[in-house]
Design a protein around this ligand. Structure first.
Ligand code: ADP
Ligand code: ASP
Ligand code: MG
Length: 437
């Protein structure tokens, strides 16, 4: 069985929902994971922010605009009176439920319930559309089987048991439709897998049923060799290894959610990135295969803060790094990049929530400086240390740009460079020119 995940833009209009219906209507059995229609999750976050600020007028306005959008989507999507009526009833029930939150005290639990409505809407509309067109499918609520634990990690055993049980007891379907992104937490409350998390749902479910393939359908023909939002003339990368894809996703290639490679890698399930607007395009296949000696792609991750600790006492001092790391651990702040010298250590974080406390605590071990608004540029490919020449090509491309840190050797697939965010676009363009032209 395959898992096919369709992102927000792939179901972003009535016409696109119809296109997806065509793509899934064959006799192969498949799990179809849907995101919310594009813009919906952002509107629901907006709605929650107004509620949080106790601005009921603002909240109502956001919800009215969203409801009107959906009202026009259903006019275009359905052609028969009974289904227009059914879909109107669906919208009425969801939007009156959402309006109820304007009369209650706002909490983070409520925010998660609000955010879940986007995927519930898109999957319910798809189910109705399939029904109207006599295409047999079974709509499954992700809230019945997707669960995260107390550390916000997927509870894979629970998901595998529950999901297999549901599929096995409903064998006679070609299409099992469900929502991406949404889940329950360890307390049984509605929760989610964070922004862009529908990719993660797809790969977790792929792992749970040992799918033959996980397909991520989006608005571009696969992983490009650089960020198409900032660089012209990027081209699709046909093959990626699991580790290369994981590095790219983590370091900013928005086409994939950072965590979604692991379940596929563990179970050796190929992941295919495909374009809903151009279904015949080849896209990208992510698998266990490695193409020798090739630089594949470049990505960039913003909002990075670098922290440098300079210490005379570091000289030959065992235990120094442990003490430094313990401070980050105590504030639950992961470190992305790290470089060391005999007199100091430089590292980066992407979460400034506890920056002041971290800097304060680090001061007991040395002189501490930090810089915000930095960006990690990550070059990915077969960068095994015996391969020669790739480092010089990368550095040559960036010869006119100030570089704050360089990190290589942690993996065979990644060389990372830290620079100021204002130089990001120039750096990405220069790298494309030197590495791919
Ligand atoms: P979806 O809504 O389908 O999940 P996303 O917006 O999350 O889609 O991801 C697709 C977008 O990722 C593309 O439209 C593109 O702008 C962006 N993107 C960033 N980096 C890359 C890359 N290296 N290759 C392809 N797309 C990328
Ligand atoms: N709808 C969610 C979001 O916009 C999840 C997803 O699309 O993957 O972040
Ligand atoms: Mg996405």
């Amino acid at each position: 069985m395959k898992v096919m995940k369709f992102g927000g833009t792939s179901v972003g209009t009535a016409q696109r929902i119809k296109n997806v219906a065509k793509l899934i209507s064959n006799q192969e059995r498949k799990i179809v994971v849907l995101s919310a229609m594009s813009g919906t999750t952002s509107s629901l976050i907006d709605f929650s922010n107004y509620l949080n600020k106790k601005n009921t007028d603002g909240a109502v306005e956001v919800i009215n605009i969203l409801e009107n959008k959906y009202m026009s989507h259903i006019q275009e999507l359905f052609s028969s009176e009974p289904y227009i009526k059914k879909s109107e009833e669906l919208l009425n029930s969801i939007f009156s439920y959402l309006r109820q939150f304007t009369r209650e005290i706002f909490t983070s639990t409520q925010e998660k319930i609000i955010l879940s409505q986007g995927e519930i809407l898109s999957s319910s509309l798809m189910q109705l559309y399939l029904e109207e067109n006599n295409i047999k499918s079974l709509l499954l609520s992700a809230l019945d089987f997707m669960r995260i634990d107390k550390n916000k990690e997927p509870d894979t055993r629970y998901i595998q048991n529950k999901f297999s049980e549901i599929i096995d007891s409903n064998p006679n379907y070609d299409i099992y439709l469900t929502q991406g992104f949404i889940c329950r937490n360890a307390y049984g409350e509605i929760d989610n897998l964070e922004r862009g998390g529908s990719d993660y749902t797809a790969s977790i479910l792929g792992g749970a049923i040992l799918a033959e393939e996980i397909q991520i359908w989006t608005d571009i023909d696969g992983m490009h060799n650089n960020d198409p939002r900032f660089v012209e003339g990027t081209t699709p990368v046909r093959n990626l290894n699991f580790d290369e894809a994981a590095e790219l996703a983590y370091f900013g290639a928005k086409i994939l959610h950072p965590t979604c490679i692991l379940p596929a890698k563990i179970n050796n399930i190929p992941v295919r990135l495909l374009n809903t607007m151009e279904p015949e395009a080849q896209g990208t296949i992510i698998s266990n295969k490695l193409e020798k000696g090739k630089i594949k792609a470049v990505a960039a991750k913003d909002n990075i803060t670098s922290i440098k600790i300079k210490s005379g006492r570091m000289l030959l001092a065992f235990g120094f790094l442990r003490k430094v790391f313990e401070i980050f651990e105590s504030y639950q702040t992961p470190i992305d990049m790290i470089t060391t010298s005999e007199v100091g250590v430089a590292l980066t974080i992407d979460n400034n929530k506890h920056l002041n406390e971290i800097v304060d605590d680090l001061k007991q071990y040395g002189t501490v400086t930090f810089e915000k608004d930095m960006c990690i540029i990550c070059v990915v490919g077969d960068l095994e240390w015996n391969n020669i020449g790739f480092e010089s090509k990368i550095i040559e491309a960036l010869k006119d740009i100030p570089i704050s840190m360089i990190s290589y050797g942690g993996s065979n697939y990644n060389l990372s460079i830290l620079l100021s965010s204002e130089n990001k676009i120039n750096a990405l363009r220069a790298l494309s020119k030197n590495l791919f032209n």
